[in-house]
Design a protein around this ligand. Structure first.
Ligand SMILES: [Zn+2]
Length: 334
């Protein structure tokens, strides 16, 4: 298996601190009401306050039974590290089991325990919030996104009770080195990219932003080539979070990445068409989530070309799929 080199922009290397914007979406379609139902148990009521029925992917969102990031947990205005998973889904041929349809004014509920995915052993005052977007689906294909936003919920947490909640992610006894046959790491190497192309994906030609993108891509290339890497790349579902429609996932707090069966059976090694998913850019996407070699790790703010290129610059720089799409575009000269 051979991958052909990607061509990505490498410019002046400069460290730059980026933080996620507090407000990503301008107009919410899904309104979320968070409430405390136990010490660290949270209920979310998701209501369609838009003008029409929506069908969206609920993976990485409320109703996902895996330990995904449903809320951001703050203490003293700083986010407490999320210890769960981020999953990459396919964008076509999505099956009904991962979709939720919500009519106008209708609601769904989800109850989850934030102590399973954040260290709350110190207890105290916390603020919870959720905002972002979920992929909008028609005929099994992602064609847009649905913005959502929650109230800001302030809670008091009992430290002892929180400490008794079992963490969602198990500790693996065995550590596996990256030995995936299909992953030829040097392919994340990076060189040049026109200002126009950069602007299409990252919404600016500002040198400092180009430097951040270049530095992150360089770090991914180094990491993928390294034999003493900060990231553990599992070629199969070591933690057990693959399911239908999931290609791969990352546990950022562990700097662990795992491929799912679909990574091999569904994805081509390299896409032959612009904006399509493949193994190389899926691995790139996952690597950017891991903070161990370039911090902060990215988020999943939007999936796919249309939604990702609708982000503002400061959001695009923190969006994993934007890097995957940009790599695809440079490689295929889209
Ligand atoms: Zn992701």
């Amino acid at each position: 298996m051979h991958l052909i080199s990607f061509v990505l922009a490498v410019l002046v290397l400069a460290q730059h601190a980026w933080s996620l914007p507090a407000d990503i979406d301008r107009e919410s379609v899904l309104d979320i009401t968070l409430s405390q139902v136990g010490n660290t148990q949270i209920k979310a009521v998701v209501k369609n306050i838009g003008q029409e029925e929506v069908t969206f992917v609920h993976l990485n969102f409320f109703r996902d039974i895996s330990p995904v990031k449903k809320v951001v947990v703050y203490q003293n205005n700083a986010e407490i590290t999320f210890e769960g998973i981020k999953r990459r889904i396919k964008l076509q041929g999505l099956t009904a089991d991962v979709l939720t349809t919500l009519g106008v004014g209708k609601t769904i509920e989800d109850v989850f325990d934030i102590a399973a995915t954040t260290d709350l052993s110190h207890g105290g005052s916390l603020t919870l919030h959720s905002s972002g977007s979920v992929p909008l689906v028609r005929d099994g294909v992602v064609f847009g996104h649905v913005p959502y936003r929650s109230n800001r919920l302030k809670i008091e947490v009992d430290a002892d009770k929180a400490s008794q909640i079992i963490k969602a992610i198990p500790t693996l006894e065995r550590r596996t080195q990256m030995t995936c046959d299909n992953l030829q790491p040097q392919q994340f190497a990076a060189r040049d990219g026109s200002a126009d192309k950069f602007n299409e994906y990252f919404k600016t030609t500002n040198d400092s932003v180009r430097a951040v993108v270049a530095a992150r891509l360089d770090a991914v290339a180094r990491e993928a080539n390294s034999t003493t890497s900060a990231t553990t790349y599992y070629c199969s579902d070591e933690y057990g979070y693959c399911e239908s429609n999931v290609l791969a996932y990352t546990i950022p707090a562990r700097n662990a990445i795992a491929n799912c069966d679909l990574y091999y059976s569904y994805l081509p090694e390299l896409a032959r068409s612009c904006h399509y998913q493949d193994r190389a850019t899926t691995s790139l996407h996952e690597f950017t989530h891991a903070p161990g070699f370039y911090s902060p790790g990215t988020e999943d703010l939007r999936y796919g070309y249309a939604a990702s290129t609708a982000l503002q610059s400061r959001e695009a720089v923190m969006n994993a799929d934007t890097y995957a799409l940009y790599a695809n575009a440079i490689y295929l000269n889209c």
